[in-house]
Design a protein around this ligand. Structure first.
Ligand code: PLP
Length: 382
């Protein structure tokens, strides 16, 4: 007897009543694969500027802290030890000017998971809106979709429906454009969010990577006033400390919201591993490795920028972050193809929203040697 013919599909199998992956956008990186194959075939090899992933070593001071904490058989806590929360609050004070105590910070398992799950963890759902910049890191939309809320793009907060937006993302410096929001723009977003009771969440993972503008945290008293009510800032060590592999990050701000997240995340087991907690303390207590890494990126950025401009690209925004946002005033996929023929892989701007369709994003997260190779090819092809 064949009982399988009438059985409903297993959850997660195609045809199941509700598959979460069906709610999510198609992962666009597959579309880049043919161009990657072209670029890989270049006799000088691939110069990959398509992903913002660090390529330089994890600083020794951090590796040592991780290695010294390998004998940790017990469960770590979601909140982490007091030393970790003090290191986070200390860094926020030192680098962001935030007046914040260790009770208002929370370690997270890389900031991407927080971006994706924050709307769910705060109880948002159908009928609510999650708003994010028109050109943005795709995970803001994913977070809205995962909880059944409506994703909404904005250019200016004044366009938004204050009765429906429950969570407002800002991202300065921006991925993909490298744009930095000034104090006035941030203050306007804070005022709008507070007026409408929307939580403003500021993704600040590139804050220490300003080049021609000084990024400001939403937690700075010049931006938010005396308290952090209705505000969160999201930070990551992936970029500033070459720690993308460790999944080290944190969120900080409104102590009531942080406490609520702590409760939910305790039940969900969203715990940073103890060796990574120890590595985070070491990373946040040392500014020297950040200065050293910044110098590497500054040199790569100016070499690539000069070569791209000489080749005929116009650079927009790009005051900060790890990206150059460039255009030849034609469709992004034509530019992707042209550069792939030179063995250079970049990300098409439409990965970050239709508004990016005439731009490409060039991540200067490649070795000095690969950057030099790309510069040489761009100059030779002019
Ligand atoms: C704007 C933005 N937010 C968050 C992240 C996630 O970083 P991580 O999960 O490594 O902390 C990234 C990664 O590229 C990003 O560009």
């Amino acid at each position: 007897m064949n009982t399988n013919s009438t059985r409903a599909p297993f959850p997660g199998h195609p045809g199941a009543a509700r598959r979460v992956s069906d709610l999510l956008p198609v992962f666009p990186w597959d579309k880049l694969e043919p161009y990657k194959a072209t670029a890989l075939a270049h006799p000088g090899g691939l110069c990959d500027f398509s992903v913002g992933t660090p390529v330089d070593p994890v600083p020794e001071v951090i590796q040592k802290a991780l290695a010294a904490a390998t004998d940790t058989p017990g469960y770590p806590t979601v909140w982490g030890p007091a030393e970790l929360r003090e290191a986070i609050a200390g860094w926020l004070h030192r680098r962001c000017g935030a007046e914040i105590g260790p009770q208002a910070v929370l370690p997270t398992v890389g900031s991407k998971e927080l971006v994706a799950w924050l709307p769910t963890q705060l109880g948002l759902g159908p009928g609510d809106q999650v708003a994010y910049p028109r050109l943005a890191y795709p995970t803001y939309e994913v977070g809205a979709r995962l909880c059944g809320a409506e994703p909404v793009e904005y250019d200016s907060v004044d366009e938004l429906d204050g009765s429906r937006v429950r969570l407002l993302w800002v991202n300065s410096p921006s991925n993909p454009t490298g744009r930095v929001l000034g104090g006035d723009e941030l203050r306007r977003a804070v005022a709008w969010a507070r007026e409408h009771g929307a939580l403003l969440v500021s993704d600040e993972c590139y804050l220490e990577l300003g080049w021609s503008a000084e990024p400001v945290s939403v937690l700075h008293p010049d931006v938010c006033g005396a308290g952090h009510e209705g505000l969160l800032a999201v930070h990551s060590l992936s970029k500033r400390s070459n720690l993308a592999g460790y999944r080290a990050s944190f969120v900080a701000g409104d102590p009531v919201v942080v406490r609520e997240l702590l409760e939910v995340r305790k039940h969900g087991g969203m715990i940073v591993p103890a060796p990574v907690q120890a590595a985070t303390i070491a990373a946040l207590s040392d500014d020297a490795h950040v200065a050293e890494q910044r110098e590497r990126y500054a040199a790569r950025r100016s070499a690539l920028r000069a070569a791209l401009e000489a080749y005929g690209f116009r650079v927009e925004h790009s005051q900060a972050s790890l990206y150059l946002w460039v255009t030849q005033d034609r469709p992004c996929w034509e530019t992707v193809a042209e550069l792939a023929a030179l063995g250079i892989l970049v990300a098409p701007g439409d990965f970050y929203g239709p508004a990016g369709e005439r731009f490409v994003r060039v991540a200067f997260t490649a070795t000095d040697e690969r950057v030099a190779a790309a510069v040489e090819r761009l100059n030779a092809a002019r």
